[in-house]
Ligand binder design. Structure first.
Ligand code: HEM
Ligand code: HEM
Length: 186
């Protein structure tokens, strides 16, 4: 299987980015919802450190993924894709990229502006992006919350579309993003 994307399918690098980020982002959503539903104890504080550590890692991976997307553009959609669907697929992907950049950046800004230490695993202090400011921290907390909710909605559409292609349309769209080099007749 090729490292780069071909005109037919995604390559190893794009697939690895997709599925590693899927696991990390799904974990972050789970961690995020759980930790904010609990009273604040030292154990929950450790979960915050995990959340921030993985969150910053996700930000770095997303930047690398976007750079790679310019180096190796994704395979085009099948030629018979109706214009509205083509547009919907591109818009959903674009909004997902925006969300997975805005969410970690707003998390980092919120935590920088909050009036307590902004620690990741190993009790390492994350460099502050802005100074302490309660109003700014509240604002970025709201951005983090709403962009997170928007991402969850986009992912419902995204996964729904992938399953529709695979089980109803029975085309190559899901298969070309799966690990390995399977193929099915269109
Ligand atoms: C793609 C990466 C990230 C995702 C998907 C994500 C997702 C979430 C979610 C779903 C919540 C729960 C929100 C709620 O229901 O109240 C949350 C909370 C939180 N996240 Fe993230 N997060 C990410 C990155 C980060 C980063 C990088 C930081 C900080 C460096 C961070 C700091 C926080 C904090 C402090 C909370 C507690 C909520 C608050 O105080 O407003 N997150 N996150
Ligand atoms: C955290 C969860 C996920 C995120 C953030 C995510 C994000 C993305 C993004 C940004 C793309 C566009 C790739 C590009 O061309 O640059 C993409 C493509 C794709 N994703 Fe996901 N995805 C997630 C979960 C899933 C799941 C669970 C499935 C399968 C059930 C899936 C199936 C696909 C498929 C099939 C494509 C390729 C679409 C095409 O060929 O045009 N994704 N995903």
């Amino acid at each position: 299987m090729a490292w780069r994307n071909t005109s037919e399918r995604y390559g190893i690098v794009a697939k690895s980015f997709h599925w590693i980020l899927f696991l990390l982002i799904a974990g972050l959503i789970g961690f995020g919802l759980y930790m904010t539903s609990q009273t604040f104890t030292p154990e929950i504080f450790t979960l915050y450190k995990w959340h921030k550590t993985i969150g910053v890692l996700v930000l770095a991976l997303v930047v690398a993924r976007v750079v790679w997307r310019f180096v190796s553009p994704p395979p085009p959609l099948p030629a018979n894709t109706p214009p509205l669907e083509r547009w919907a697929a591109h818009l959903t992907h674009l909004l997902i990229y925006v969300a997975i950049i805005v969410i970690p950046v707003s998390g980092w800004l919120m935590s920088s502006a909050a009036p307590f230490p902004n620690l990741i695993l190993g009790n390492i202090q994350l460099p502050a992006l802005i100074g302490q400011d309660e109003a700014a921290s509240k604002f970025f907390s709201a951005v983090h919350y709403w962009a997170g909710r928007a991402l969850m909605a986009l992912l419902v559409l995204h996964v729904g579309a992938a399953l529709l292609h695979h089980f109803i349309r029975r085309d190559q769209i899901l298969v070309r993003m799966l690990p390995g080099s399977f193929s099915r007749k269109a």
